[in-house]
Unconditional design. Structure first.
Length: 352
């Protein structure tokens, strides 16, 4: 569907009858105008300290759902105010249901980052990832359906078809800063409303701090009045051991690029805290990078072991900041052929 009159650059001329109930053209225009490129995402230390509220509390589960590589983990980290979900340009990076918690004023937002829904290959690993997605969207108060602004693919459509009626869904038109012809977004939004009865449209960029603040205000009204699920200072329900494996896997993908298949994974063999007068807190961690072929192993190790050393060093440095501890990290590489299509081994590596 196209608008009758092309609006000026940066504005939209959508038919008000196609907008979600409760959302006006002024709302859309304001969001489109406010989503400017160049704003920095909220830093980890920018999260304001929270305390349990004295008045009525709101709390609810919010699923962040979409196809692979649309920016779900970047959005999660921005909302929580700290990196808890790994990011990579490689598709299919997130593999687990990861809960991120943000407590603000009288409201606790419990965000659930999910793997990108897999449609190409029916391996045991992909079936596990899809099961995680299905479990996440079945019992939440609100769904954030993340797509790239101006785009809607068959993979997006397959994810949208999973949504059950009765759960409010916001269309998060992410990466708006990459859209150069903003006036095309309004007619695209009209078409999206015809695909699904979205509660609201949210054109935005997860890297824009103002957009993140606006999203909090939108989400809050969909959460029920009830006691908080977590303490005021908690940021995730995942353990440090889990975050260690994820951090190493992120560095693995970052330094191997598209050469290494996404099926490579990381297993933590040792995770011990030892007393240390010199460092206050000392962590000894041993991890194994699991790949499917000898050629992949050589790729990860690199010439004279330089690539593996770089992966280990950057992972250790990030873990020291995350844990507030001195970290001794050993990383090995092993070949386990066909593990991603072996249901028992997939479960043994910690996938649901």
């Amino acid at each position: 569907m196209t608008s009758k009159k092309t609006p000026p650059q940066g504005t939209g001329a959508a038919d008000a009858s196609q907008l979600p109930s409760g959302q006006s053209m002024a709302d859309l225009d304001a969001m489109l105008a406010a989503a400017k490129p160049g704003s920095a995402v909220a830093r980890a230390d920018a999260a304001e300290p929270a305390s349990a509220p004295a008045g009525p509390q709101r709390c609810g589960l919010i699923a962040i759902v979409g196809k692979p590589n649309v920016g779900k983990s970047t959005l999660m980290n921005a909302l929580v105010g700290q990196k808890i979900s790994i990011t990579s340009r490689k598709a299919q990076t997130t593999r687990h249901r990861i809960t991120g918690i943000r407590s603000r004023d009288n409201t606790q937002f419990v965000f659930v980052d999910t793997p990108g829904f897999q449609t190409k290959h029916s391996t045991a690993l992909n079936k596990s990832l899809n099961k995680t997605v299905m479990g996440a969207i079945g019992d939440v108060d609100l769904i954030l359906f993340v797509v790239e602004a101006g785009s809607f693919t068959l993979a997006d459509a397959k994810v949208l078809s999973l949504f059950k009626p009765g759960i409010p869904t916001l269309l998060i038109a992410n990466k708006l800063d990459n859209v150069h012809r903003r006036h095309e977004i309004a007619p695209w939004l009209q078409g999206m409303q015809e695909r699904h009865p979205f509660a609201e449209f949210v054109p935005m960029s997860a890297k824009n701090k103002g957009d993140i603040e606006r999203l909090f205000g939108i989400c809050e009204k969909y959460l029920p009045e009830q006691d908080w699920f977590y303490g005021a200072d908690e940021l995730t329900d995942r353990s440090e051991k889990f975050l260690a494996a994820e951090t190493i896997r992120e560095k693995l993908f970052r330094f191997t690029g598209d050469e290494l298949p996404y099926t490579s994974t990381v297993v933590i063999d040792k995770f011990d805290e030892e007393p240390s007068k010199a460092h206050g807190r000392f962590m000894r961690i041993a991890a194994t990078i699991v790949v499917e072929r000898d050629g992949h192993k050589a790729m990860v190790i690199g010439e004279k072991g330089e690539k593996l050393k770089r992966i280990s060093t950057e992972a250790r440095q990030e873990l020291e900041k995350l844990m507030g501890a001195k970290v001794f990290l050993e990383v090995w590489v092993k070949v386990k052929s066909g593990w991603a299509d072996d249901e028992a081994r997939v479960k043994s590596f910690g996938y649901e």
